[in-house]
Design a binder for this molecule. Structure first.
Ligand SMILES: [Zn+2]
Length: 97
């Protein structure tokens, strides 16, 4: 009877160890994989940063998106210069006015 309990305890102990080992291995794998993701994420960062951090933000009158004056689509209507996020928005504005 005692032996049965001992075997049970050993089994539980072994399962715990195996789980811990598997957990460490899985963690190791995820850490092997995730730095690549992080690198890709940081690689994406500077390209987002290319959208000028300096410079004026202009509101697209069609969709309401704020775009940097330097990268937006400029269109002059009489005296007014408007800035659009995309040619589609500009075309919409032109169609409406
Ligand atoms: Zn827009």
């Amino acid at each position: 009877m005692f032996r049965a309990i001992l075997y049970l305890l050993i089994t539980i102990f072994l399962i715990t160890i195996v789980r811990a080992v598997v957990g460490v291995i899985l963690k190791g794998f995820s850490e092997l994989v995730s730095p690549g993701h992080q690198r890709r994420a940081t690689a994406r960062g500077p390209s987002d940063g290319e959208i000028p951090l300096t410079g004026e933000l202009k509101k697209d009158p069609v969709c309401g998106t704020y775009t940097a004056a330097a990268t937006s689509i400029k269109q002059t209507f009489g005296k007014e210069t408007l800035y659009f996020c995309s040619p589609q928005c500009r075309d919409k504005y032109v169609a409406l006015h």
